[in-house]
Design a binder for this molecule. Structure first.
Ligand code: FES
Length: 341
């Protein structure tokens, strides 16, 4: 049995005792910290840098390849450095709060027929887009269809992996992985709902309906369904149909008799987010050949010709947002250093 060693995380002075051989990343998670770990510990992204003092295993070749001379000897990769005695560690300040989301765009007048509408009482609904990186929620008055506000946040699951496949691997291989990711996303959604309700002076119990657009993996994780089958041939989702659940079953705090509706997906990697986009733009009725492109952490593309639709998707995050690799970052403060025209 390994001895327990104390790890102190600064500047908050959070102490935790862990067995020798535990990585600093695991120790930080045990301590309740949420360090960035886009590749979830595979040692490929180099983004879990941490300043350390104390007893750790020597850097591996993999780790040395990620660190550069400017890092200094106190800088280590939290996922690679293993604890062998008392340690003090400090992660750089998180940039998650400076994360930026586009919340404006063209809006088409749509005739709504919300199931959550309660005649004679104030009733509200939320249109929710759960992206691999961000979650965006829009509050709507179900009587008028009027938008009352938009709120967004970084998907809290990102600390367990930046891209869809890393998230699936975490869910499939870690004990309690699915539950962890489910409660993370539910927590993020609840914070957005609280924020929107507070801003508009309404109560969460007056929200009777949530409609969810998301990629197939995010939908599985919201329902607490293991998405393992999405990552191995023949890449079959557990479900693709429109699915209705009561908010309590997925830990979402709105009216207890409200409804959470997950829009249908087309396949493992063409999800409800792109289906929602097609319906909103009426793309499936286009007469001329056209492309519908959604560049997200997971990038999807649909083509239409002679009424026939074809679609596919690819991980765009690693190319554009630096997930699993050392270069690139999300749309956050510092991503653009200067602009000159
Ligand atoms: S999480 Fe440590 S290198 Fe990616």
């Amino acid at each position: 049995m390994h001895d327990l060693h104390e790890v102190v995380f600064m500047p908050a002075d959070i102490k935790v005792a862990v067995p020798g051989g535990t990585s600093l990343l695991e120790a930080a998670r045990i301590a309740g910290l949420r360090p960035e770990a886009p590749c979830d510990g595979r040692g490929t992204c180099g983004k879990c840098r941490v300043l350390v003092e104390g007893n750790l295993t020597l850097p591996t070749e993999k780790e040395l390849a990620q660190l550069n001379s400017g890092d200094g000897i106190k800088m280590r990769l939290a996922c690679q450095a293993k604890i062998s005695g008392p340690v003090r560690a400090e992660f750089p300040e998180s940039r998650a709060d400076s994360f930026l989301t586009v919340e404006k765009g063209q809006r088409k007048a749509l005739k709504l027929n919300p199931r959550g509408y309660r005649p004679g009482q104030e009733s509200y609904g939320i249109a929710l887009d759960i992206g691999t990186t961000s979650i965006v929620a829009e509050l709507l008055d179900l009587a008028s269809g009027q938008s009352l506000g938009v709120s967004s946040c970084l998907n809290p699951q990102t600390v367990y992996g930046g891209d869809v496949l890393t998230r699936i691997t975490y869910a499939a291989n870690r004990a309690g992985g699915v539950q962890t990711l489910q409660s993370e996303v539910a927590g993020g959604i609840n914070r957005l709902i609280e924020n929107l309700c507070r801003t508009q002076g309404i109560r969460a119990e007056q929200v009777f309906e949530i409609t969810v657009a998301a990629n197939t993996t995010m939908l599985h994780l919201l329902l607490g369904v293991n998405p393992r089958s999405l990552a191995v041939a023949p890449y079959q989702p557990v479900f693709t149909r429109e699915t209705e659940v009561s908010p309590g079953t997925v830990g979402i705090r709105i009216a207890p008799d409200g409804l959470v509706t997950l829009l249908p997906s087309a396949s493992a990697f063409v999800g409800a987010d792109i289906i929602a986009g097609l319906l909103t733009t009426d793309f499936h009725h286009f007469k001329e050949p056209a492309l519908f492109i959604d560049i997200g952490t997971n990038g999807e593309i649909m083509a239409i010709k002679d009424g026939q639709l074809a679609g596919t998707s690819s991980a765009a995050g690693p190319a554009l947002e630096g997930m699993n690799i050392t270069c690139g970052c999300r749309a956050e403060q510092g991503a653009i250093e200067a602009v000159s025209i």
